[in-house]
Ligand binder design. Sequence first.
Ligand code: PMP
Length: 440
Amino acid sequence: MTNPAKPNTNRLLQQSHTNMPMGVADSYRYWGEDNTVFVKSSEGCTITDADDQTFVDFRLAYGPIILGYRDTRIDQEVIKAITERGTISGFSTDLDSEVIELVKQMCPNIEKMRFANSGTEAVIGAVRTARGFTGRNKIVVVEGGFHGLYDEMMWKSDVDNWDAASGKAPEIASFGVGIPEASREHLETVPLNSFEAIDAVFARVGGDIAAIVIEPILGNCGSIASSQEYMQKLRDMCDANGTLLIMDEVKTGFRVAKGGAQELYGIKADLTTYAKAMGNGYPVAAFGGRADVMDIINFNKKGVTHGGTYTANMIALSAAKATLTILNETDAYATINKVGAQIQQVLSRVFTKHGVEHRFAGPDSMFGIHFGDLVPTNYRDWKQTDSELYTEFAMNLIKHGIMLEPDSREPWFICEAHKSVDLAWLEEIADRSMAEAIAQ
Ligand code: PMP
């Protein structure tokens, strides 16, 4: 079956099937034979598909776009940098420190930093650094968090197949095959916001825990946020046990505030990972934190190894410099937060009109929507929300020109260019989409 309204998309997908498994470059881009999207162009807060349908995009490539697509303020700096200086030389440049000094102005948790090419690589670097510094192996992660596509992080709490009534914790399952069982050996998982679970894991293996790795706001689980008390508890447990606190701010960093989630909580991590919003869509990532911890990175037998051919390339660094300068010096965050709040008001009105109980989670720049009367506090709670109604609603929005991930675990992302969105239009589309979802 193919979508008759999308002849160009159908053709591209058929061709892609002969070239790539599932016909896509990233498995998560496959939305079935009828709904897989091929993008032709993008501008501001919109993307246009191969059949010339334009969407107002709240998916924003899973979060990186913070200002808008094709922002000339960034693109021109990148073009200038690569035409004048080239892309890589395999040596250091003045931009390395320039970008880090900008980050340090915005994020007081950073004393020293290293660059990476993706969020995954940044997490690998941070975890290895924490292990090298502490001399310990275990890491604790939170159910519903996501930390990249590498073996050790390819284990998840299997809430999809969990019987909540069983009274048992969900199983831990791998993301598919090809993940060695041994990669799970040093991984402990806890539900977010449970003091008992964190006490229990420290009571059992506390002396072996190198780090807790946490998305402070679960950007991969409907923006469910750590409570202030829980984040403080993690900080205290880490301090008391010689464990490092790693905040994975790949989604929240430079998005939810200048200083990321750590600014909102007023709590510092020992190490932090960044990517996404740091480059407004250019592929840049980094990890950093306490100088004494980062200084374990050293080219000797007792040091942690870190590097990479493309690390700190000119494309990434010029994009990061331009993006961070704008985020640091303009009122972009005020705009994004205001628009995000307005959009939630519009949606709330629509849901209320249709008698749909709903709760929003997370900050205005990346909020989650949960249908039901429960404010989820962790991934297990999320299971109680009406995620099926959400998916129906989302698929209708997409049909009518609003792009988002049709899974309530992925937040709505706001960029500065969304300030041009016609809220009355949004309300009308949301109204129609919810009416259709309920009628189905
Ligand atoms: N950490 C978090 C919190 C993420 O959301 C992601 C990606 N969605 C990653 C790490 C991995 O980043 P990347 O896809 O750039 O490797």
